[in-house]
Design a protein around this ligand. Structure first.
Ligand code: COS
Length: 379
């Protein structure tokens, strides 16, 4: 067993950390306040190769692996969770299913420009009445000659409105919930439009919208994988996505701890720095320990995926532990800051708001437990 990161992983961590400090952190609070997505940040990530970390060079990627990708999401989220999830949804939710199930033509047409960062990707599964019960979707896809006609809508779409390509799931037989099929949708397809933009508690500079299909014409060659195999594609995509969210959660928690440690050394009460108070220093020790545990589980799941081993249970576990860790650590970070932590003068309130979503999206914590429990009994 070897817990050391390779030189390549260490180099990617340094690259992303420097980039995040210089290009992402300075505007993070303002973008959060104004719910402003900054496409230039995505373009700069593309120039560094971050938009295609795990994909082979022949598909426009840099030929690294899922651990490197998780490290990148972690380092971005350490300063800005919105930027972290932009990359996570783009890579795990939009690019991965094309890499795993796409034809060679689809990979060149869709995966390559996403890997190169010339296009942004998104994923649409959830509907207004189909959340945790993903199979109860209502969006339909009726075949009509050489194209499908999609009708329905998907909600809570990360990168909604800024993405060029959307991986979407629809029933080819409205009466059969086993007919879910995956489609690659271009934003300019007739009948596709962007609906409501959500106003959110956290990850506010990452746009979340509804996407709408009104007799949306989709060529048959844009079916991803086999007709009727969409639910499995959706589930397998989430297996990897969950580990991206675990990495985001680890990054958020680490960012909050960094801020709390720095503050506790500066802040004086009762004539000495508050870090010298055991009430504070023990809190910091607990925070650091929880983060390390969550990080190890996250890296392990990424390593399993990178080495071609089953990773669904591991990624559900990593998301469960890391999401809860992020919530707990950020709440404690606000506590370390006291009244100041509750204000927008310091970043910890943003971290706390951002942490909450990691317990909800890409499957709630309750769904992670269900996935883990089912696999335990299956094993
Ligand atoms: N990989 C491959 N196949 C999978 C799978 C996975 N991770 N999970 C389920 N499947 C397959 C099952 O093997 C089953 O196949 P068969 O019909 O051939 O037996 C099929 O998919 C249906 O699986 P299951 O019966 O478990 O489906 P359920 O309707 O009970 O749903 C949960 C399972 C709850 C796990 C699923 O609906 C889910 O993940 N919900 C949360 C959705 C989510 O995360 N939403 C967030 C969206 S992104 S913000």
């Amino acid at each position: 067993m070897n817990f050391r990161l390779s030189d390549e992983h260490t180099m990617i961590r340094k690259l992303v950390r420097d980039f995040a400090k210089k290009e992402v952190e300075p505007t993070a609070a303002e973008r959060d306040e104004n719910e402003r997505f900054e496409v230039e940040i995505f373009e700069k990530m593309a120039m560094l190769g971050l938009t295609g970390i795990p994909w082979p060079e022949k598909y426009g990627g840099i030929g690294s692996d899922y651990l490197a990708y998780c490290i990148a999401v972690e380092e971005l989220s350490r300063v800005c969770a919105s930027t972290g999830v932009t990359l996570s949804a783009h890579t795990s939710l939009a690019s991965w299913p094309i890499y795993a199930f796409g034809t060679e033509k689809q990979k060149q047409q869709y995966l390559r420009p996403m890997a190169e960062g010339k296009k942004i990707g998104a994923y649409g599964l959830t509907e207004s009445e189909s959340g945790s019960d993903a199979a109860s979707m209502k969006t339909t896809a009726r075949i009509n000659g050489n194209h499908y006609v999609l009708n329905g809508s998907k909600i809570f779409i990360t990168n909604g409105g800024v993405a060029d390509f959307y991986i979407v799931f629809a029933l080819t037989d409205p009466k059969d919930k086993r007919s879910a099929t995956a489609f690659i949708i271009e934003k300019d397809f007739p009948g596709f439009s962007i609906g409501k933009k959500e106003r959110k508690l956290g990850i506010r500079s990452s746009p979340t919208t509804t996407i709408i299909f009104e007799n949306c014409k989709v060529p048959v060659e844009n079916v991803l994988g086999e007709v009727g195999k969409g639910f499995k594609i959706a589930m397998m995509t989430l297996d990897g996505g969950r580990n991206g969210i675990a990495a985001q959660a680890v990054g958020i928690a680490q960012g909050a701890l960094d801020a709390a440690v720095a503050y506790s050394k500066e802040r004086k009460q009762f004539g000495r720095a508050i870090v010298e108070n055991q009430g504070i220093s023990f809190k910091l020790a607990d925070m650091a320990t929880s983060i390390e545990a969550a990080r190890l589980l996250t890296y392990q799941a990424a390593w399993l995926e990178s080495t071609g081993q089953p990773y669904g249970k591991a990624s559900a576990m990593s998301k469960l532990l890391a999401g809860d860790t992020a919530m707990k650590v950020t709440t404690e970070a606000v506590q370390v800051f006291g009244g100041y932590g509750y204000t927008k003068d310091y970043p910890v309130e943003r971290y706390m708001r951002d942490a909450k979503i990691t317990q909800i999206y890409e499957g709630t914590q309750e769904i992670q437990r269900l996935v883990i429990a089912r696999m335990l009994t299956k094993d």
